[in-house]
Design a protein. Structure first.
Length: 841
């Protein structure tokens, strides 16, 4: 590895002394502190100081600073003793931390300087870091954006999650399509986490319920594993406040090893509990097709809830002993627990259990405390994503919790019967337990709604649908329980740090960088949208980002793309409702038309590069077929000498946070084209819009609000609306649907075999027929296709008008202020959690 001076920085540089200076904020001292870590917190042999060694030492030097701020934050929180929020989430998609931490601490200059002294560029070192990918997609990334905003807004808050050894799988694209390989972020270690050996809680599984002579109950027996805390510092932007993401790891104790058996040569038997404990945090989202898989996933969920609540309660207790006065009824005025989707629902019965069985509260008191403490965010209306756990599995793993859930349900049903005769026939759908003898289950969303003081959706349309449909009857019982909190994204990672060029332009024109924490200030750009000088600066920033992206694409896929073509991107998990299939069918149609054109006609078209990226769940066959189709289409189109000047198709492999940080700044058009009513919010749509990328999209999720904010003339709208969808499905069932000839032509073209020998029959079949499982075009690709193609034609027209496009791009950024997660979190803090800022002085 060549350094800036042209020599290989393979050994510790001489001439700079290694010195511990944890508070360093200036280049030379930072360099000394980095060297100190390379030398005295060694993880590698001392002879080498390559980029990887430099990354670890750099991260550790930064960690010194973070630890200081972190300690100051907790000392302050402890002194002020404010109400605190605990965000429980099974997923966090943190991505890389180095650039973000340096940026939030405003140390870019000094760190770049320090590393240069050590023979490296900051970017090169940052590139070494692996993504912390402890999440699947939008839901996990939302949690990470929220942490950034909580810290930045100085809110007393914690994130709780699991320390998966292998995060989301790595996606490999081969001739077979997508292959999954285990992710390796902890293969060496993460420099950001700090293990808290003093924060350990026992978590029980299985066992039975013991009834004591006084009637109280206690969960006993079974397996007990230990939850050990690993803290990851979350620095706020431009503030001292640094909060924690506390990730639990499951462990067995030394004494759980059966030495006798071990010495008998029964190694596996002897270490049973160790290996069972280890399984818990092995992977994010273990496959749950099997009974074992389901059990493991349920264990994960309970493990998160139990460890977190014990920790929360012990923090509450600490104060009780010092003050001697804290009452349980005060708990909800000190603690807010937010459940990120239903995955942490077990927090409800676990809090009840801890209060009653471990702390002696009666049912009514425990219920009052619990239901005033917990709140629930719903992130989907898709029935297959609404969790339902088998009652028998739950009785087996969590017998005491099932007693509690049964009691909650019984009391709820009784209240309805006593007070709402009109709802009698709704009870079977409102109740928590679904006692269908075929398959008795616990409906987690119902448990959440019944037990939480507040339930929210994640975009206005989604929250309206929740109230009008999924939770309509609950709304009639508790009209004030339901809220909307439109999602947001952190402008630090998603603009300031991923596109410094554009950020500098914005700061220059707004004459302030305050927009970074007050994103509504972006509206100040509107007045300059026609300004030629701004437009030309804007265009050159975009061009630089596109060029960087083109280089990246060539590096990872070997496909060379034209940086002056229109960059059209769709990146998100692959799912039929997100309709990547519609995108690729549109591309196929475009390809066919280009082939049919004469050369001079082709020259009049707008050259486009279509990039599609995203992971398909390992067992989701149709999603994997879509991945394969995109790759096959790319192979054919990109090697077609007649067409490939005008169209390229790239499947971007292994889409993750870091790849997003490269793609989004270089995008010009992005596709958010889900069937209306199905995407709860979407958050990448916000990131693209913020980066001056225009959206082609349906009236779904947060698209609706983005279009309102950026102006309808700056949004390429098409497709059915959510309220039309049921009627359209019905018409299809009744055989009344007539497909557009362009749609038929595109499908036929695939069937003709131009894209290879892979059998696309089963995928295309999902678009055929009117009824039946996996048939009848449930996602309305056929219905929306013609209006989609018309909208795409408008995109081409608009792109030809350079100035017009730049203006739209500027207006898109200018209208994105609402979508800061600072706004979202400020609303949660005020309207759900009732917490206030607690800035470190
Ligand atoms: C996802 C939705 C997205 C939404 C994110 C974050 C789940 C269950 N839901 O539309 O599909 O943006 O949550 O709210 O992952």
């Amino acid at each position: 590895m060549a350094n800036t001076n042209g020599k290989a920085a393979t050994s510790l540089p001489e001439g700079i002394s290694a010195k511990a200076i944890p508070e360093a904020t200036e280049g030379t001292e930072i360099a000394q502190n980095i060297l100190y870590h390379a030398k005295y917190s060694p993880h590698f042999s001392p002879l080498k100081f390559g980029p990887e060694q430099a990354l670890y030492a750099t991260a550790e030097s930064l960690r010194d600073r973070l630890i200081e701020l972190w300690n100051a934050t907790y000392v302050h929180f402890n002194k002020v003793d404010p109400k605190q929020t605990y965000y429980l989430s099974m997923e966090y998609l943190q991505g890389r931390a180095l650039t973000n931490a340096i940026g939030n601490l405003n140390l870019q200059g000094p760190y770049a300087d320090a590393l240069r002294k050590l023979g490296y560029e900051l970017e090169e070192i940052a590139e070494q870091e692996k993504d912390a990918a402890l999440g699947n997609g939008g839901l996990g990334r939302l949690a990470s954006c929220f942490l950034d905003s909580m810290a930045t807004l100085n809110l007393p808050a914690w994130g709780y999650g699991l320390r998966y050894r292998h995060g989301l799988f790595k996606q490999l694209i081969s001739q077979k399509g997508q292959e999954e390989i285990p992710e390796d972020w902890l293969e060496k270690f993460s420099p950001w986490e700090i293990v808290r050996h003093d924060v350990v809680f026992p978590v029980r599984f299985f066992g039975s319920v013991q009834v004591n002579p006084d009637g109280s109950r206690k969960w006993v027996g079974g397996d007990v594993v230990q939850a050990l805390a690993y803290d990851v510092p979350i620095p706020g932007y431009n503030t001292k406040n640094t909060i924690s993401l506390r990730l639990w790891e499951a462990k067995a104790r030394a004494e759980d090893l059966d030495l006798y058996q071990f010495n008998e040569g029964e190694y596996e038997l002897a270490a049973q509990l160790h290996s069972r404990a280890q399984q818990i945090c092995t992977v994010l989202y273990p496959g749950d097709a099997t009974e074992n898989g389901k059990l493991l996933r349920l264990k994960q969920q309970f493990f998160l809830c139990s460890a977190s609540l014990q920790d929360i309660i012990s923090r509450f207790h600490e104060r009780s002993t010092t003050e001697g006065s804290r009452k349980w009824s005060d708990f909800p005025s000190k603690v807010a627990v937010q459940m990120n989707d239903t995955h942490p629902t077990l927090a409800i019965p676990e809090l009840m259990r801890l209060l009653m069985d471990e702390n002696g509260l009666g049912w009514d008191e425990a219920w009052d405390v619990t239901s005033r403490t917990v709140a629930y965010t719903n992130h989907t209306v898709l029935p297959e994503a609404l969790e339902k756990w088998s009652q028998s599995l739950m009785w087996k793993l969590l017998p005491r919790h099932m007693e509690i859930i049964t009691e909650i349900d019984k009391r709820f049903v009784k209240t309805i019967r006593d007070t709402r005769v009109d709802l009698e026939d709704k009870i079977s759908s409102l109740s928590i337990l679904d006692n269908n003898p075929q398959k008795p289950v616990v409906r987690m969303a119902n448990l959440c709604v019944v037990s939480s003081h507040t339930v929210n959706g994640v975009a206005q349309l989604h929250s309206d649908i929740l109230k009008a449909e999924l939770f309509a009857d609950y709304v009639s019982i508790w009209p004030n329980k339901f809220q909307n909190k439109t999602n947001g994204i952190t402008p630090r990672r998603w603009l300031r740090f991923c596109s410094p060029e554009l950020s500098d332009i914005i700061t220059k024109w707004l004459k302030t960088d305050k927009w970074i924490t007050d994103l509504d200030l972006l509206t100040g750009l509107r007045q300059f949208a026609d300004n030629e000088e701004l437009q030309s600066e804007w265009a050159s920033a975009k061009a630089a980002n596109k060029k960087r992206l083109a280089q990246y694409i060539e590096r990872v896929t070997g496909v060379s793309i034209d940086p002056t073509s229109l960059f059209d991107i769709q990146v998100k998990r692959i799912h039929e409702y997100k309709r990547q299939l519609m995108n690729i069918l549109g591309v196929i149609y475009r390809f066919k038309k280009l082939k049919e054109m004469k050369p001079e006609e082709r020259k009049k078209t707008v050259p486009r590069t279509v990039m599609i990226g995203g992971k398909a769940f390992a067992t989701y066959t149709n999603a994997k077929r879509i991945v394969k189709l995109v790759n096959d289409v790319g192979d054919v189109v990109n090697s077609d000498p007649e067409v490939n000047e005008y169209l390229k198709v790239v499947f971007v492999p292994n889409y993750n946070v870091t790849v997003a940080e490269m793609l989004i700044p270089g995008s010009e058009l992005s596709q958010h084209i889900s069937t209306a009513g199905m995407e709860a919010s979407g958050t990448s749509n916000m990131k693209f819009a913020l980066n001056g990328c225009l959206i082609i999209g349906t009236l779904d999720g947060a698209n609706v609000e983005i279009r309102e904010e950026v102006g309808e003339e700056n949004f390429f709208l098409f497709g059915a609306t959510a309220d039309q969808v049921p009627r359209l499905r019905k018409e299809r069932e009744d055989g009344l649907f007539k497909p557009d000839p362009r749609f038929e032509e595109a499908k036929q073209f695939v069937k003709s075999g131009v894209f290879g020998t892979y059998d696309y029959g089963p995928l295309l079949d999902s678009l055929e027929g009117n009824t039946g499982f996996g048939r009848g075009d449930y996602f309305l690709v056929g219905y929306d296709f013609p209006s989609y193609m018309d909208a795409q034609a408008k995109v081409d027209e608009a792109y030809k008008d350079r100035k017009g496009w730049l203006k739209m791009s500027i207006l898109s950024t200018a209208g994105s202020g609402k979508f800061s997660s600072d706004r979202t979190i400020a609303q949660y803090a005020k309207e759900i959690w009732n917490i206030e800022a607690c800035p470190v002085p």
